[in-house]
Ligand binder design. Structure first.
Ligand SMILES: Nc1nc2c(c(=O)[nH]1)N[C@H]1C(S)=C(S)[C@@H](COP(=O)(O)OP(=O)(O)OC[C@H]3O[C@@H](n4cnc5c(=O)[nH]c(N)nc54)[C@H](O)[C@@H]3O)O[C@H]1N2
Ligand SMILES: Nc1nc2c(c(=O)[nH]1)N[C@H]1C(S)=C(S)[C@@H](COP(=O)(O)OP(=O)(O)OC[C@H]3O[C@@H](n4cnc5c(=O)[nH]c(N)nc54)[C@H](O)[C@@H]3O)O[C@H]1N2
Ligand SMILES: [Mo]
Length: 661
């Protein structure tokens, strides 16, 4: 029998698409973008279109496993759930709570399946992760210093913008459902400008592409402000009523950032800085889509904080289509603590572990149990050799719950099979749009695979955790997380959707000067500064690494889908023709990218899509896919960003040489 079920894409993506799952006799035959969802608009991305291949991937884990070979080798034997759960519970009981580290982040965005594991780790008294430090903590901090905790521009209003700037945001790849709104604006005459160190898929569609040096966005934003002030293009009334510290910005920060100085720092010609500032200052409703990618370097917080000051300079906030958007998370009033239960933890001390420092933490012999759910840190964490050294410890008991045998799972003592989101039910919200929606279960779990929440409940029972949170029904969980959100009824949300929350909220005040930042030991005004450690590394290694998510992959989560692996292609690095020529490297050559931390073998793609000095590696792949070494995070460091303790993947210097195979 054929049926169509409306559900939600669970991946960590701004779009959170509503999707229609076509099921025949209990088998998923295809998925389709929901034509009735105002943001999904009837299409899905290149990855999720292939969902049946993900669900029925031959690489799916279908029953629990126990390791029988050396760590990392990937030899396991089948065990029952009962034996796996008993073994884990026994281990958890035999160590002090502080010797346990719980690691669960964004493999699934379902509010219950994502957050209940945190509640479980909290109830155990285990050490927790400082969540988001691998992804959005630096940009969140930077945005909040300038704008406060506001969601920014409603993306659906972008149709009314006349100038759209994708600033360090690869919209075509990571937020593709914004594209129809941009296209609509362009059909009415709007221009699309892309500011990015390499000509990504979005830049290929732009009216104007500006290649910027990695990590110099704050200088470009200051250069634009300099010209806006110099040429009288600011909105004085808006500045007077809605900003703090304009005089200090104007008199102390901006004089340094002449177009010529801006060119020296960013590599963007002074004439282009002027032209961009004039376009921005004269636009009716300029909109900036801020990406997270440009915040993953040592001064990434300041980069976002500074760009986020621009809309206030020209009074773009409040004009339909104008303003800026980093993410819409602040628009939702869910009570995540109802699942994460920080109150369980309140009595216990212990510092949270930063994702970037995971490698060091795992090598600490007082840590005895590492419990990973819905993450693949052996591929995605920086300083990857340290992560592997930790995972290799014989005295560390590691549990991994995942859909397939990831590079992390290869080091596990017990591997638990997870199911896809279509095999469980959950509540979802976007972070690049303003809807939330219930996703019902569409399929029976394959084999013995189970969702995160089931694993938590079963372990909670075996650990004698009595709190009702671990035994609630979906409706009860939803009632708890939706409790602060007035006007929504759980039954109605379960029956239909999507549901829209209130839209467009710009900052009450934009802080050009921030006392909060000064109080926290940060500069009060926007600025760009060279980084001494980078300068030292840059003196030894001539090239800079730029990494970004793959178009046909979701970090490593579609690794089991052969057709998408193929479309993503062999691992390669984009090299500028000058850099390749100077090293006698030709397009297609096998090369090795290396620095003090390690070496990774892949193929060279010689192209002017990247700039001289910048080596671009797109997509995560498991180690076995590289010619040598790998994954790419072997090269990245555990240094933290200036704000939000974020990762600094893009602050990586390296060299490249031909590889003789
Ligand atoms: N297809 C696909 N979509 C995804 C994901 C995926 O893996 N695959 N991952 C999801 C997740 S978890 C996230 S956090 C988002 C991230 O999505 P985005 O916010 O778009 O971030 P990134 O794609 O990491 O980087 C965006 C762009 O920033 C550029 N960039 C890097 N450094 C700089 C810089 O210093 N200055 C400037 N101006 N640009 C810079 C990169 O070249 C890249 O083109 O995407 C989500 N969507
Ligand atoms: N060099 C470099 N590194 C980066 C980045 C970069 O730009 N450059 N980007 C960073 C960013 S933005 C992020 S968010 C991180 C992402 O880092 P990770 O979260 O480690 O990324 P994924 O590869 O998506 O791993 C998610 C895992 O969860 C599994 N999974 C999916 N759904 C479920 C489920 O319901 N239950 C369970 N138990 N498992 C599930 C998937 O199969 C997959 O193995 O990577 C970061 N790493
Ligand atoms: Mo992310």
């Amino acid at each position: 029998m054929a049926e169509v079920v409306r559900t939600v894409c669970p991946h960590d993506c701004p779009d959170a698409c509503s999707m229609l799952a076509h099921v025949e006799d209990g088998v998923l035959v295809r998925v389709q973008g929901d034509p009735e969802h105002p943001f999904t608009q009837g299409f899905l991305c290149a990855k999720v279109n292939r969902y049946p291949e993900r669900v029925y991937s031959p690489e799916r884990l279908l029953h629990p496993l126990r390791r029988v070979g050396p760590k990392g080798e990937g030899r396991f034997e089948r065990v029952s759930w009962e034996e796996a759960l008993q073994t884990i519970a026994h281990r958890l009981r035999s160590v002090e709570p502080e010797a346990v580290l719980g690691y669960a982040y964004s493999g699934t965005m379902g509010l219950i399946n994502r957050n209940l594991p945190q509640g479980f780790f909290a109830a155990l008294g285990a050490r927790e992760m400082q969540l988001g430090t691998v992804c959005d903590s630096a940009c969140e901090a930077g945005w909040t210093y300038s704008c406060g905790e506001v969601p920014g521009t409603d993306p659906e209003t972008v149709v009314d913008s006349d100038l759209i700037i994708a600033w360090g945001a690869n919209i075509v790849t990571t937020n593709v459902h914004l594209i129809p709104f941009i296209d609509e604006a362009r059909s009415r005459g709007a221009k699309l400008v892309v500011i990015d160190p390499y000509r990504n898929r979005t830049a290929q569609r732009a009216d104007w592409y500006l290649p910027i040096r990695v990590g110099t966005d704050a200088a470009l934003a200051l250069g634009i402000m300099h010209v806006l002030v110099r040429d009288g293009l600011t909105d004085e009334a808006y500045i007077r009523s809605h900003t703090v510290g304009f005089e200090a910005l104007r008199d102390q920060a901006l004089p340094d950032y002449t177009p010529e100085e801006t060119e020296r720092i960013t590599g963007i010609p002074a004439a282009d800085v002027e032209r961009l500032a004039h376009m921005y200052g004269r636009a009716r409703a300029p909109f900036i889509r801020l990406g997270m990618g440009m915040s993953r370097h040592t001064h990434g917080g300041m980069a976002i904080r500074t760009v986020a000051c621009l809309p206030a300079m020209v009074g773009a906030w409040g004009k339909p289509g104008g303003g800026a958007l980093l993410d819409t998370t602040a628009a939702f009033g869910f009570d995540y603590a109802a699942l994460r239960r920080p109150d369980f933890r309140a009595k216990r001390a212990g510092t949270p572990v930063n994702h970037s420092l995971l490698g060091q933490e795992l090598q600490d012999s007082t840590l005895k149990v590492f419990f990973v759910m819905a993450n693949n840190p052996a591929t995605t964490c920086p300083d990857q050799s340290a992560v592997i050294a930790g995972l290799s410890r014989e005295d560390l008991f590691t549990v991994v719950h995942d859909l397939h045998l990831t590079d992390t799972a290869r080091y596990a003592d017990i591997v638990l099979p997870a199911c896809t989101a279509l095999e469980t039910e959950d509540l979802y919200r976007g972070y690049g749009q303003l809807y939330f929606q219930f996703g019902p279960q569409v399929l029976e779990p394959l084999g013995e695979s189970r969702p995160n929440r089931w694993v938590v409940t079963e372990l909670a029972r075996r650990m004698d955790l009595a709190d009702p949170v671990f035994y609630r029904s979906t409706a009860e969980h939803m009632a708890a997380v939706m409790e602060p959100m007035e006007g929504y009824d759980v039954d109605a949300v379960r029956a239909g959707g999507p549901f829209r929350v209130a839209g467009h909220q710009g900052p009450v005040h934009t802080a050009f000067y921030s006392e909060t930042m000064v109080a926290e030991g940060l500069p009060g005004l926007p600025e760009w500064r060279p980084d001494p450690v980078e300068a030292e590394e840059g003196a030894r290694f001539a090239l800079r690494l730029l990494t970004a998510p793959g178009h046909f992959q979701h970090h490593s989560a579609f690794a089991g889908v052969a057709s998408l692996q193929e479309r993503e292609g062999v691992p390669c690095c984009l090299l500028h023709p000058d850099d390749a020529g100077a090293r006698s490297i030709a397009d297609g050559d096998a090369v090795e990218v290396y620095n003090d931390r390690g070496a990774v073998g892949l193929y060279a793609r010689v192209t002017a899509d990247t700039q001289q000095g910048t080596v671009v590696v797109v997509g995560h792949r498991s180690r076995s896919r590289y010619l040598r070494g790998g994954p790419i995070n072997v090269l990245t460091s555990s240094r933290l960003s200036d704000m939000g303790a974020g990762a600094t993947y893009q602050s990586t210097w390296l060299e490249v040489r031909k590889l003789s195979l």
